[in-house]
Design a protein around this ligand. Structure first.
Ligand code: AR6
Length: 182
């Protein structure tokens, strides 16, 4: 893994696998079924083990499906982090662009709100919606960084937010936005 401390000191850019992060909470780019899937969702369930799915099943039974933009929290199982916050990104093309941006920003904001509610001080995010869900990467990165910066400007309890980029393209985009302030 490689990392950069960005202009805003609470935000850090990481290149690597989010399942290896030692943050209080790692965020999962889930789907509304909460029953697992491919991409980062598959990696988190594999790394954390069956306890995560067990808690997701209980949440499903009690609350039903998780709509886009919302977030729920479970154990992180065997992963080094303490909790997984599962959020559901928008599927690009299902809403107009403004609504897609709003739902994606909600993913970041609601995940951070849930983290604060659960006493988490550090949160690691993957690049939500930029894989299977097809959100344009540059656009998603702008929405993500603006949503997190806006949250941190108001919040006093979160100490570290990590943007964990798995693919080179996302890493370069975030590097330009956060490190080089483009
Ligand atoms: N660590 C960090 N980021 C990762 C990892 C990893 N181990 N693996 C992939 N990524 P995606 P989505 C990045 O498709 O677009 C699932 O099937 C990847 O490079 O995982 O929100 C769910 O169940 C990409 O930039 O999530 C849903 O059905 C980013 O994670 C659907 O995919 C998001 O890609 C959600 O689609």
């Amino acid at each position: 893994m490689s990392s950069y401390l960005c202009g805003m000191e609470k935000i850090k850019l990481i290149r690597g696998d989010i399942t290896k992060m030692e943050a209080d909470a790692v965020v999962n780019a889930a789907n509304s079924s909460l029953m697992g899937g491919g991409g980062v969702d598959g990696a988190i369930h594999r790394a954390g083990g069956p306890e995560i799915l067990e808690e997701c099943r209980q949440i499903r039974a009690e609350c039903g499906k998780c709509p886009a933009g919302q977030a729920v929290i479970t154990t992180a199982g065997k992963m080094p982090s303490r909790k997984v916050i599962h959020t559901v990104g928008p599927i690009w093309g299902q809403q107009n662009e403004t609504e897609s941006d709003r739902l994606l920003a909600d993913c970041y904001r609601n995940s951070l709100l849930l983290a604060v509610k659960n006493g988490m001080k550090s949160v690691a995010f993957p690049n939500i919606s930029t894989g299977v869900y097809g959100f344009p990467k540059e656009r998603a990165a702008r929405v993500a960084t603006e949503a997190v910066k806006a949250f941190l400007a108001e919040d006093t309890s979160i100490e570290h937010v990590y943007f964990v980029c798995f693919d080179e393209e996302n890493y370069r985009i975030y590097e330009a936005l956060l490190v080089n302030n483009q």
